[in-house]
Design a protein around this ligand. Structure first.
Ligand code: PLP
Length: 390
């Protein structure tokens, strides 16, 4: 049998990177504060932060100092070695949340955190169905992709989901009881949907999910990978809504640029854990933990939650100008609803040296601004929007 591969018409790209990303036409060489600097000398106001990651902007001196100190002291050791910095990060993070989800499992990415949350819920309940919300995005891995709305059609790729999946329409309180039942292990939900376009699911819907989960013994998981860690102007969206899930997953802003993620668990979840139930090589590494500790410290001591709340109000009050017809989302997970295609508005803003993002909604420009913004930056956005055709 001839096993030689068939000839293919393919040459690796000049940069040797898999060609899976549409890229913006900017050549960034470095950054400071809330500005990116390009090779051709532009200074671009970054209101997108690399998909919500650069929450403290760039070159924050206290973040750099923590990174450098930890790198000099101990760059890595695994979870087999107890480390003070890891315990400090877990203590600081769970206290910051203040929700009674007092046990942390550190991993490296948002999808990995969701993967572990769902695995735990399935194991604890012995059930085989997970419910998510239409419009959701939970990540690219097998379990996280299975509960991501539209993934099966667009990019999922695995021959089957690892569990049964059902989606509930967002905001549809009446549909909850019919979808979440005694066969359900977990409900996973982004309290403010990110990729969908900064869609605030609202307190009544989240409270109804909580009530139904209690009624039929289902684990409620808040995916706060994008909307958590201060982005709403509260530690977590759970704090903002006054609805406490059984687990929270978080990432992105958690390390402000250093890759890390966490799964926070209530006692009744963590009490099921024993050695070897979960594992990871990189999660909980000392560099990541030093960053988590520093990020929480900076958010708390620099009053950044209040800053997000104040400035996001200013954004809502002043930025409905030019092509913008309304503002949605919460805090600095903001969607500018546009009369014209969001992609055009985003391009025109970038031509005016303001970087924003788009979303799953073709009429929403997404703003994932750093928490260290000041009023002049919001005013610059307003002026730029006002100068665009309606
Ligand atoms: C809400 C949400 N969950 C999960 C993920 C996946 O995170 P990661 O890309 O770190 O795996 C993302 C990424 O955009 C996200 O926005």
């Amino acid at each position: 049998m001839n096993t030689a591969p068939a000839p293919v018409d393919w040459t690796a790209p000049a940069d040797h990177l898999a060609p899976v990303y549409a890229q913006w036409p900017i050549d960034v060489v470095d950054a400071s504060g809330v500005h990116l600097h390009t090779r051709d000398g532009r200074r671009i106001l970054d209101l997108y932060g690399g998909h919500a990651v650069a929450a403290l902007g760039y070159s924050h001196p206290r973040l750099i100092a923590a990174l450098e100190a930890q790198a000099r002291s101990l760059i890595f050791q695994s979870n087999a070695v107890p480390l003070e910095v890891r315990a400090r990060a877990a203590t600081r993070l769970t206290r910051f949340a203040g929700l009674g989800l007092d046990t942390a499992f550190f991993v490296s990415t948002g999808a990995e955190a969701n993967e572990n949350a769902l695995k735990l819920a399935l194991k604890i309940t012995g059930r085989r169905k997970v419910v998510a919300v239409e419009g959701s995005f939970h990540g690219r891995t097998a379990a996280a992709g299975a509960v991501t709305w539209g993934a099966a059609k667009k990019w999922y790729g695995f021959p089957q989901a690892p569990f049964d999946v059902a989606f509930v329409p967002k905001g549809d309180l009446a549909a909850i009881a019919g979808t979440v039942g005694t066969d359900t292990a977990a409900v996973i939900v982004e309290p403010v949907q990110g990729v969908a376009g900064a869609v605030d699911l609202g307190q009544p819907f989240l409270a109804a999910l909580r009530a139904r989960c209690d009624e039929v013994g289902v684990q409620l998981v808040f995916d706060e990978v994008q909307c958590g860690m201060g982005r709403t102007g509260f530690p977590f969206a759970a704090n903002m809504y006054g609805v406490t899930p059984d687990m929270i997953t978080t990432a992105k802003a958690l390390g402000a640029g250093f890759p890390c993620a966490a799964l926070l668990m209530a006692n009744h979840v963590a009490s099921h854990l024993k050695a070897d139930d979960l594992g990871t090589t990189f999660g909980g590494g000392p560099m990541a933990c030093a960053m988590i500790e520093a990020v929480v410290d900076i958010i708390e001591t620099e009053g950044l939650l209040a800053n997000v709340r104040t400035l996001s109000r200013r954004l809502r009050d002043t930025c409905v100008v030019g092509p913008v017809t309304g503002v949605q989302g919460a805090g600095f997970l903001t969607g500018l609803r546009t009369r014209r295609p969001a992609r055009d508005v985003q391009r025109e803003l970038l031509e005016r040296d303001i970087l924003t993002g788009t979303s799953g909604d073709p009429h929403v420009v997404r703003i994932l601004a750093p928490f260290v913004l000041d009023t002049t930056h919001i005013d610059a956005l307003r002026d730029a929007l006002a100068s665009l055709p309606a």
